[in-house]
Write a protein that binds this ligand. Structure first.
Ligand code: MN
Length: 230
């Protein structure tokens, strides 16, 4: 048991380091991190087959296509954060695949079978911004449910250090200069059909409700603290 825990902790630390590298470090960036839990870890809320296809095919394809898209361009020597900040100067292949590469790393980290609960400081900020925790869930959920077609819902720390909810189409994200919602994303929800169709078919609202059972609040808390200090 302790061995399994040690391996899990090591896997999570490695995963976070790789995310850090992808965001900040030019030398060893752009790796494809391991999923930080088993495909079936989020059952029954997100099924194993969906997780396997989502990670192993969709996410991997974004990663490979992103590498191909930046080859020989200025983006090759930039961090993801620098690329996103100048997104409007790149083409659709970098935008769609760079977004898909980053967004899914964030999403996997935002999920966990034992995610704890919001910290006192995050809960306070949520209550101050949205009125109550239930109201926040309603607004965030609606951002996902009402996104037409494919896209994402976001909770961000906006540049003025306030929480904000928004949604983006396709693989855009709030770090991109072309995004209508801007800031540091701390909680993400993938509402592409590939994220839920095998289990929920056309019932996206059921998937959005189930999502709350597997939110990794420990991760969201840490991202909130880091973003507020930035
Ligand atoms: Mn996806």
């Amino acid at each position: 048991m302790w061995l399994a825990s040690a391996v899990l902790v090591f896997a999570i630390l490695s995963f976070n380091n790789m995310e850090e590298n992808a965001m900040n470090n030019n030398a060893e960036k752009f790796e494809f991190p391991a999923l930080p839990y088993a495909y079936n870890a989020l059952e029954p809320y997100i099924d194993a087959q969906t997780m396997e296809i989502h990670y192993d095919r969709h996410h991997l394809a974004y990663f490979n296509n992103f590498l191909a898209a930046i080859k020989g361009t200025a983006a090759e020597n930039m961090t993801l954060e620098q690329i996103f900040a100048k997104m409007s100067t790149f083409g659709d292949a970098v935008r769609n695949n760079g977004g898909g590469y980053y967004n899914h790393i964030l999403f996997w980290n935002n999920l966990s079978p034992n995610g704890g609960k919001p910290s006192a400081s995050l809960e306070k900020a949520i209550n101050e911004t949205f009125g109550s925790f239930d109201k926040f869930k309603e607004l965030f959920g609606n951002a996902g449910k009402t996104r037409f077609g494919s896209g994402w819902a976001w909770l961000v720390v906006a540049p003025e250090k306030k929480l904000a909810i928004g949604s983006t189409p396709n693989q855009d994200n709030p770090l991109m200069d072309i995004s209508p919602v801007k800031g540091t994303p701390i909680l993400s929800l993938d509402v592409w059909e590939h994220a839920y169709y095998l289990k929920y078919q056309n019932k996206r609202p059921d998937y959005v409700e189930a999502f709350w059972n597997v939110v990794n609040w420990s991760d969201v808390n840490a991202r909130f603290e880091a973003a507020m200090k930035k």
